[in-house]
Write a protein that binds this ligand. Structure first.
Ligand SMILES: Nc1ncnc2c1ncn2[C@@H]1O[C@H](COP(=O)(O)OP(=O)(O)O)[C@@H](O)[C@H]1O
Ligand SMILES: CC(=O)N[C@@H](CCC(=O)OP(=O)(O)O)C(=O)O
Length: 267
């Protein structure tokens, strides 16, 4: 079984077309890949926080999370966004089951940073893969919202990319980060282009140079971390262009493939 963990980013979410979901359903029906969805929803969380007049800010692409913010994060991700994705997959002719990382102890976390500067932001230390495997065997597409819990029952807000990489790592699968952009963009001589491949060393430099910023930082960091820990392949592509996902599963070069330095061929 080849697990394909598809991260659906919140920035593209509201504009994702019917054909994006149809593509996922057909990937599953085809039988070569087992799709698992992990989603985000950052812009929707920020919208509701704004309406509730709760201030929010980000540090290196991660939302500083108080208990009050956590309530909104859980409501938006595990309530609204998760169920919308399930509905879309069902409308596209698939069977899908939504769950939060908290359900069944699916995602176990510890604080992301020991001094709690980010508040209740977690990093994942365990994924209960059996829950995912069982649902997949029953023919469901698992749809996971990135909330997690520690052994005491404390909730954590997990960045969607971090959660997707942890799930891909635990399943020893492939990671496909679908966002609103076709990969890592760089600008040279006034012309911008998307890198076809980026090594961990290149990425480190692009972060230092301020080329990779904001929400792209957790994507590249999670992908590199995942590749170090058993993820077979990691790619960032544009979810707003469903052909990119189709092309990816067909083995074509698409988006930006993230690689570790030692994988680079110097032919
Ligand atoms: N070098 C870069 N290449 C591409 N996108 C970048 C880069 N640096 C920052 N970004 C930003 O990262 C965004 C994707 O992150 P984010 O908005 O968090 O997406 P998602 O909701 O899919 O997780 C892009 O839309 C872009 O604005
Ligand atoms: C810790 C942290 O930053 N959590 C994210 C969770 C949602 C997310 O990751 O959404 P995107 O994939 O759309 O960015 C947040 O609160 O926005």
């Amino acid at each position: 079984m080849k697990y394909l963990v598809i991260k659906c980013g919140g920035s593209a979410f509201q504009e994702l077309s019917e054909s994006f979901y149809k593509t996922i359903v057909s990937i599953q029906k085809n039988g070569q890949w087992v799709p698992v969805i992990v989603h985000g929803g950052g812009p929707m969380i920020s919208n509701l926080l704004d309406k509730l007049q709760i201030e929010t800010h980000f540090h290196q692409g991660l939302r500083v999370t108080t208990e009050e913010v956590l309530d909104v994060v859980e409501m938006v991700l595990s309530g609204s966004v998760n169920k919308q994705i399930v509905r879309q997959l069902v409308s596209a002719g698939g069977q899908a089951v939504g769950m939060s990382g908290i359900d069944g102890g699916l995602l176990e976390a510890i604080p992301n940073d020991p001094d709690h500067t980010l508040g209740f932001v977690g990093k994942i230390v365990h994924v209960e893969t059996e829950l995912i495997e069982h649902q997949a065997k029953l023919g469901y597409i698992p749809v996971i919202s990135p909330l997690a819990m520690d052994y005491k029952g404390q909730r954590y807000n997990i960045n969607g990319d971090t959660a997707a990489a942890a799930v891909a790592q635990a399943l020893k699968g492939y990671l496909c980060i679908a966002s609103d952009i076709s990969g890592i963009q760089v600008t040279a001589n006034g012309t911008s282009s998307v890198l076809r491949e980026a090594t961990s060393a290149q990425i480190e430099q692009l972060i230092i140079d301020g080329v990779i910023t904001g929400g792209m930082i957790p994507k590249v960091k999670s992908a590199i971390d995942g590749l170090h820990n058993g993820v077979k392949e990691a790619v960032i592509l544009n979810g707003l262009e469903p052909d990119q996902l189709t092309a990816y599963v067909a083995g074509k070069t698409v988006g930006t493939k993230i690689t570790l330095n030692e994988e680079v061929s110097h032919a």
